[in-house]
Design a protein around this ligand. Structure first.
Ligand SMILES: [Zn+2]
Length: 414
């Protein structure tokens, strides 16, 4: 199974917006760019919302059928490991093997020695087409890269083989992800990670490194844009080189786990993939659930009451909700509006405070981040929440489609 050149991972926590999301991809196609939708949901999200792993597959298939989508699409078991993969094997055809927790665990001496030996031909000045300066590589660099990443890649190899045995080689896409780690990986490190991946026999088609900068959930990128652009281009050059050097799949491409809505890096990414004629996988728009809230607020009446109630409860449970996401949110509690303030808002004000439009004066990234991690509150409302989604589906769908098409696809691909 080969992945399409451009693909976009989209989240949909409550599995109601499959069609509205797909509509954005149809608009993209009409505008001349083919992007494969990938519905992803992690084990963590499933656990918090208590959804069945088959629900994402059912949602995707239903949307594809309803809108008669003829292009490729995938269902991603996002951030899985050996312990969590099994219930995804049947329903997923894209697997994000998350081995970030294994980075830095020391491999066996014999394995490390073999890795250093195998790659000793790169000692000296490593010239990678597309990167201006040759990268200088010492034996010590290879050893350091092996010590840092070899154990993790071997873990990815175990997960890959487990899926392959149970699903069959041709029936899925493999991604290796290391994005949820402390430190970003340099282009030189990426080169040796890919060497190890090839040597482990993992036919990775997407690789998700951790990039420089902060990727907080649901809000824009914070970091050095120039450094990001430079490293992103170098990563593309490394991947192109690694495909021919190590015999990795032709379709291998970068996967950007954006944590949603990193609008300020879209322009550099767009420029870079054009320059290298490279593919791209980007996971974004996990904020679809915020568009549901925006739609509910704009609907007014019981929709607005519900949206306000969700915020009020989320505010009360701030510590509990923020905790699992502590590393990827930056909320200033002093900037969170009080429940009373929010009670006084009309639907438009609520929508503008929440919607990710940085040119809007009312936009409040603290309000947005708290609601983004507050989906548990809505999940606990069960039928009350899903009934409201159904009742106000038209206005919600409009916001979901517009968000993905106008704020993401247009900026990245058109
Ligand atoms: Zn990720």
């Amino acid at each position: 199974m080969k992945i399409a050149k451009y693909s976009m991972g989209i989240g949909d926590r409550f599995a109601h917006q499959g069609r509205a999301q797909l509509q954005a991809f149809i608009k993209a196609r009409e505008a001349g760019v083919e992007i494969a939708p990938v519905w992803n949901k992690s084990f963590r999200e499933h656990a918090i919302i208590q959804t069945d792993h088959t629900s994402v597959r059912n949602e995707a298939d239903a949307a594809i059928k309803a809108l008669d989508w003829q292009g490729p699409y995938y269902v991603d078991a996002d951030h899985i490991g050996l312990k969590t993969v099994d219930s995804f094997i049947e329903v997923s055809d894209f697997f994000t093997l998350d081995v970030a927790d294994y980075i830095g665990q020391k491999p066996m001496d014999l394995e490390l020695d073999a890795f250093v030996d195998r790659n000793s031909k790169y000692i000296g000045k490593l010239e990678i087409p597309g990167i201006d300066e040759p990268i200088s590589v010492s034996k010590n660099d290879i050893e350091t890269a092996g010590t840092k990443f070899l154990f993790a890649v071997k873990e990815a190899g175990k997960i890959y083989k487990h899926i392959e045995e149970n699903k069959g080689k041709e029936y899925f896409i493999t991604e290796v992800s290391m994005d949820e780690s402390e430190d970003p990986q340099t282009p030189a490190e990426l080169f040796f990670i890919l060497a190890a991946i090839a040597q482990e026999g993992i036919p990775a088609q997407t690789i998700a490194p951790k990039f420089t900068g902060r990727f907080n959930k649901g809000v824009d990128y914070v970091g050095d844009l120039e450094q990001f652009s430079r490293e992103f281009e170098q990563d593309l050059a490394v991947i192109r080189f690694a495909i021919s050097e190590f015999g990795l799949p032709e379709t291998l491409k970068l996967s950007v786990h954006s944590g949603s809505d990193k609008f300020s890096i879209y322009e550099p990414i767009k420029r870079a993939i054009k320059k290298f004629d490279a593919g791209l996988h980007i996971k974004t728009a996990g904020t679809t659930w915020l568009e549901e809230l925006i739609g509910l607020a704009l609907a007014g009446g019981d929709g607005l009451i519900l949206a306000k109630e969700i915020y009020g409860r989320a505010l009360e449970r701030y510590d509990e909700l923020a905790k699992p996401y502590a590393a990827v949110i930056d909320i200033d509690p002093d900037e969170l509006p009080s429940t009373d303030t929010v009670q006084s808002w009309d639907g438009n004000i609520f929508a503008q405070a929440l919607r990710h439009d940085q040119t809007c004066e009312l936009y409040n990234p603290n309000f947005r981040q708290l609601l983004h991690v507050g989906y548990k509150v809505a999940a606990e409302m069960r039928e009350r929440f899903s009934n409201a989604l159904e009742k106000h589906q038209n206005i919600i769908a409009k916001n979901v489609t517009e968000n993905i098409y106008d704020r993401h696809i247009k900026r990245l691909f058109l």
